[in-house]
Design a protein around this ligand. Structure first.
Ligand code: SAH
Length: 350
């Protein structure tokens, strides 16, 4: 059994052909997928075909398990997959639209010291359809009816998991999300965040998909980076910066560097100077995030004042920089926190 959300329109057309069905059924099925309808409630599909679909596919790809509402309007979703695994995402409401943060794996194997997603390691990769379904169910939850009424306007691959460690499914997901007959979300409104898997950044640069690339740098040199991000033992910062430059050259999209300010680890003036030297001379932007403290970890965040001092120094050195608003703190905004709580409690919160 699999989920039908993994299929593109062309693949559904092939399937209908194989099953001896009329080709237009593929588009009807796709319309139901976009509306996030369970197969069993697709009223425009003949019963016989519906039965055949249900013999081959799960009725629903995932279900919303929990919704937490933050004071600032941020909403955190936990979803239950067909195999019982729990994943999570965050919905942020902005003036220009709604941004949904999606997970790409169940857990993560990257082992970053500040991150809650990786505490239990990697359970499995998500399929393209499972990543897509997070967007579809939230779009339907918000009242969206296809592209005429698109409620989720922007998607960021910044939830649990390392997107470039699940490369093929992630690329397929972006194509499905982008498709005219799907939600038709433009590549420009999609951001992908990676801890820096260099060969796959280079592959991504050649996909002809102008999505925004965000790289989790978090340190200005390999020595500090190795202390908090095990991936730094595999790829050096210089290889990452080179890959980011190549990404810019082939997509013309400015690369964003994420830098979680962690007191006493990466926030000295020397760190700011080193960071400025790294990103100097090519179109990029530094996003400073005061660390979202995770209770299982002993790393400490910085005060607003210290964050501003760090940002001001970078600015003086000619770096384009902003301090990201910390959002959803009261609902465990950091990756993996809600999933871990559900696994521990093993009970419904709402
Ligand atoms: N694996 C990808 C995407 C998931 S994490 C990556 O590493 O980029 C999304 C972003 O949140 C990354 O920049 C990550 O480093 C950051 N992050 C994770 N835990 C955090 C925490 N406790 N506080 C602040 N940022 C955190």
């Amino acid at each position: 059994m699999e989920i039908i959300q993994n299929y593109s329109l062309a693949e559904l057309q092939d399937l209908m052909k194989e099953w001896g069905e009329k080709p237009f059924r593929a588009k009807q099925i796709m319309d139901n997928i976009v509306l996030s309808k369970p197969i069993s409630s697709c009223s425009n599909i003949p019963n016989e075909l519906k039965q055949k679909l249900l013999e081959n596919f799960y009725d629903e790809p995932l279900k919303i398990h929990t919704i937490l509402n933050g004071k600032d309007g941020t909403q955190k979703f936990a979803y239950e997959l067909t195999d019982g695994n729990i994943i999570e995402g965050v919905l942020m409401h902005y003036k220009y639209g709604n941004t949904l943060c999606v997970s790409t794996q169940v857990g993560c194997r990257m082992g970053c010291k500040f991150c809650a997603s990786t505490l239990n390691g990697l359970a499995r990769n998500l399929t393209a359809g499972e990543i897509l379904s997070q967007v579809l169910v939230v779009n339907a939850y918000l009242g969206g009816k296809k592209d005429r009424d698109r409620q989720v306007t922007n998607v960021v691959l910044m939830g649990s998991g390392e997107p470039l460690d699940n490369y093929d499914n992630v690329i397929k997901f972006i194509h499905l999300l982008n498709a005219k007959e799907g939600l038709n979300i433009s590549a420009r409104n999609i951001s992908l965040s990676t801890c820096g898997i260099v060969p796959n950044i280079l592959r991504l640069a050649k996909e002809n998909l102008p999505i925004v690339l965000t790289i989790s740098l978090h340190a200005p040199n390999d020595e500090i980076r190795k202390k908090i991000m095990p991936i730094a033992n595999k790829y050096s910062i210089h290889e990452i910066i080179d890959a980011a430059k190549k990404y810019f050259e082939s997509t013309n999209r400015r690369v964003i560097f994420e830098y979680a300010l962690t007191d006493g680890v990466n926030n000295t003036p020397e760190c700011a100077r080193e960071l400025a030297g790294l990103v100097h001379g090519f179109p990029s932007h530094v996003n400073l995030i005061p660390l979202n403290e995770v209770k299982e970890r002993d790393l400490k965040t910085v005060t607003r004042k210290k964050a501003e001092q760090f940002a001001n120094l970078l600015q003086k050195l000619g770096v384009s920089v902003t301090i990201r608003r910390t959002i959803g703190e009261d609902i465990g905004g950091a990756c993996g926190q809600l999933r871990n709580k559900i696994i521990k409690d093993n009970s419904n919160i709402e």
